[in-house]
Write a protein that binds this ligand. Structure first.
Ligand code: ATP
Ligand code: MG
Length: 437
């Protein structure tokens, strides 16, 4: 039968077979963020469209080409294309910036962008990201970059290059914009239509254009590092010193401008060459003007986001370790209705001790049950029939060796039996069983 409705282009299903990979990244990401003192925040999947126009920027690819917007009941909403705008909105709306600064939050969320789907580029994708608000010192930049690096290391990733740049502040940028306009004006005829319109409004955006012709022209454009004011240039130098002091290797790449308008001063990317063209696994930087732009008091801030799908692609290509999927500790196979009632009770007792217990809910014969227990990877099977119920004794079958271990399923079940199954790991279960004997 042909499936009538399939998933939309550029989306993916994450099935139980692969969920362990996601758990691995999410678990290590949470743990790493928490050990730097970041706390989790959860924000809505959609926001008022204005939020993204005002933060991401009206001349960016994201706003001009990639947003999923709907008009619902007279209001324009947009599925979040990234996490920073919503997070800062939430910090402001919940008064978090009136509390002790810096405020440090992280998130794991889905993002939506109407892009051309390809490996590592989806229409719904996931980010692990974080934001730190209230700190202007370069040590905050160093801390955030160090966190990203620590996480990549803990995931087991190798050969991920860190590229950094400074894109200055509005002060240094006005001179730079003049130089860029003068340069691109000479090539105006060849620029794509979007970039022609960017020339007046926001010439730096042309540097981030994906069209090969614009990119070719941008190659020889003036670089922002030559236009930094003293404050921005000192900030950048201090960051470089700190990274050196922490032995974090980096390359200064004056071409990085990042795809979102709100960045100021530090921008950075972690890039791999192992997964093809979409190799930026992490992008971030400072956005000192954004909070004020969204209606808050002037407050410096910075953050980054990592694409979880790209992290997973890289981890797979580098054969990194993933957590194992959890499998059944004990499968209980009842042979009749009375045994089925007992199976329900025993399974609950085992679960209350933290083990995974399953039982027959298909009214299958014992052979079919054993086959199923094998398929789901049950570590132990307990067969229950009339004899077992009467004697209060049953055999626990260890599935990897076939060994039979007699156990009490009567009133002492809870203490004696659970002790044997008191751990998820087969080894501990076996040790416990052996100690019992
Ligand atoms: P790119 O230059 O690859 O389009 P970007 O500058 O648009 O990236 P950001 O907005 O900084 O990306 O998002 C942070 C991270 O989110 C990226 O580094 C990447 O890992 C991931 N990401 C961005 N867009 C996508 C997408 N369409 N599909 C999968 N991951 C993505
Ligand atoms: Mg993009």
């Amino acid at each position: 039968m042909a499936l009538k409705i399939t998933r939309p282009l550029g989306t993916e299903d994450i099935t139980p077979k692969n969920i362990n990979k996601w758990y691995t990244v999410e678990h290590i990401a949470r743990e790493t963020a928490e050990c730097f003192g970041f706390k989790e925040i959860r924000i809505p999947t959609f926001e008022n469209t204005d939020l993204f126009l005002r933060s991401v920027g009206e001349t960016t690819d994201v706003v001009q080409k990639e947003m999923y917007s709907v008009k619902a009941k007279e209001t324009e909403f947009t599925l979040r294309p990234e996490g920073t705008a919503g997070t800062i909105r939430a910090m402001l709306q919940n008064g978090m910036l009136n509390d002790a600064l810096p405020q440090k939050v992280f998130y794991i969320l889905s993002c939506f962008r109407h892009e051309r789907p390809q490996a590592g580029r989806l229409r719904e994708f996931h980010q692990f990201g974080l934001e730190m608000a209230g700190a202007s010192d370069p040590s905050a930049d160093a801390e955030v970059i160090c966190l990203a690096k620590t996480l990549l290391d803990r995931l087991g990733l190798k050969n991920i290059a860190l590229n950094i740049n400074s894109i200055g502040c509005p002060k240094c940028r006005s001179e730079y914009h003049k130089a860029l306009r003068a340069y691109f004006a000479k090539h105006e005829e060849k620029l794509c239509d979007t970039c022609k319109s960017r020339l007046e409004k926001n010439p730096m955006r042309i540097l981030d254009c994906k069209s090969p012709i614009c990119a070719g022209i941008a190659k020889d454009a003036p670089v922002i590092l030559d236009y930094l004011c003293v404050e921005c240039s000192d900030h950048f130098q201090s960051l470089k010193n700190k990274l050196n002091a922490m032995n974090i290797e980096f390359t200064v790449n004056p071409k990085i401008v990042r795809g979102l308008d709100y960045y100021t001063k530090t921008v950075f990317e972690f890039v791999t060459t192992d997964i093809g063209a979409q190799g930026t696994v992490c992008g971030g930087g400072r956005y000192d003007g954004l909070i004020e732009q969204l209606g808050g008091n002037p407050t410096p801030a910075l953050g980054f986001a990592m694409g979880i799908e790209r992290l997973l692609l890289t981890m797979e290509s580098q054969n990194c370790d993933f957590m194992e999927n959890q499998t059944c500790d004990l499968y209980i196979a009842p042979m009749d209705a009375a045994a089925s009632d007992k199976a329900l009770a025993l399974a609950q007792a085992v679960r209350s001790d933290g083990c995974i217990a399953e039982l027959d809910v298909m009214n299958r014969g014992i052979k079919a049950q054993m086959k199923y227990a094998n398929k789901i990877g049950a570590k132990f099977v307990l067969v229950l029939g009339e004899n077992e119920l009467q004697s209060g004794e049953a055999n626990l079958k260890r599935m990897d060796t076939g060994e039979q271990i007699p156990v009490n399923i009567g009133s002492e079940f809870n203490s004696a039996f659970l002790e044997q199954l008191n751990n998820y790991r087969l080894d501990s279960v076996i040790n416990a069983l052996e100690e019992e004997k």
